[in-house]
Design a binder for this molecule. Structure first.
Ligand code: ZN
Ligand code: ZN
Length: 191
C-alpha cells in the first residue's frame, strides 16, 4: 500500500471494529469533512503499547511520537484508533490526544460506549466527532467555547452527544487557512 500526497492516514491499533464497517465509515466522513483522501494503514499493534501497571491504562503521548515517525512522510496527518483506555499524567483518562499543529493524533473507543443504550449509530457518531476533534488539533485548532462546535472540549459523553460534528464559523475559517498554508507549504516551501 502506498500513501498518496496529502492523505489522511487512519491507523487502527489492533482490532477496533469486529464488523469492519467502522473504519470504512470513518474514512468517508473524514474525506468529506477535510477534503483529503483517506487511507487505512496499520502501523502499531496492541502489544506495542506500554500498559501502565498501576493505572492499567496506556499513556498516549509516546504513541503520538512513534506514529509521527512511522507515518509515511508524504501523508498529511495520521489518526490512530485503539480500544485501550488512554491517559495523560494530569488526567484520569482522555478520549484522545493530538499534537497541536503536528502530524499525529489518537482516539480511544474505550469510553465512547458510556451511557444507557448506546447503539451502533450513537457509537459511530461519537467516533466521528472525536476523530474530527483530534484531527482538528493537528490542523492547529484549539478548544472552542461554542458548545455546539466539534472543537468544544467535552468532559462527558453527554457533552459529546450535545455538540455537533461541524465546526463553528470561526473554527471553519481557521481550518481553511491552515489547510491552504500546509498544502502551499509542501508544494512551494517559503523562503
Ligand atoms: Zn481537544
Ligand atoms: Zn469553534
Amino acid at each position: 500500500m502506498s500513501s498518496g500526497k496529502h492523505t489522511l492516514v487512519i491507523s487502527p491499533i489492533g482490532e477496533v471494529d469486529s464488523a469492519g464497517r467502522l473504519l470504512e465509515h470513518l474514512g468517508v466522513e473524514l474525506r468529506e469533512f477535510f477534503g483529503h483522501d483517506t487511507e487505512v494503514l496499520p502501523l502499531l499493534e496492541e502489544k506495542d503499547l506500554w500498559l501502565d501497571p498501576l493505572r492499567n491504562q496506556v499513556h498516549s503521548t509516546p504513541i503520538l511520537e512513534r506514529l509521527s515517525t512511522l507515518c509515511p512522510p508524504e501523508a498529511l496527518k495520521i489518526l490512530a484508533i485503539t480500544r485501550v483506555d488512554l491517559f495523560i499524567p494530569i488526567l484520569t483518562h482522555v478520549y484522545g490526544e493530538a499534537q497541536l499543529g503536528g502530524k499525529a493524533c489518537i482516539l480511544s473507543t474505550y469510553r465512547l460506549t458510556d451511557g444507557l443504550c448506546v447503539g451502533p449509530e450513537t457509537f459511530h457518531c461519537r467516533i466521528v466527532k472525536e476523530a474530527v476533534h483530534e484531527l482538528g488539533h493537528t490542523f492547529n485548532l484549539r478548544h472552542c467555547r461554542d458548545t455546539t462546535c466539534v472543537m468544544h472540549y467535552c468532559r462527558s459523553m453527554k457533552e459529546v452527544d450535545r455538540k455537533s460534528r461541524a465546526l463553528c464559523r470561526y473554527c471553519a475559517v481557521l481550518l481553511e487557512d491552515e489547510r491552504k498554508r500546509l498544502i502551499r507549504g509542501t508544494d512551494h516551501p517559503r523562503s
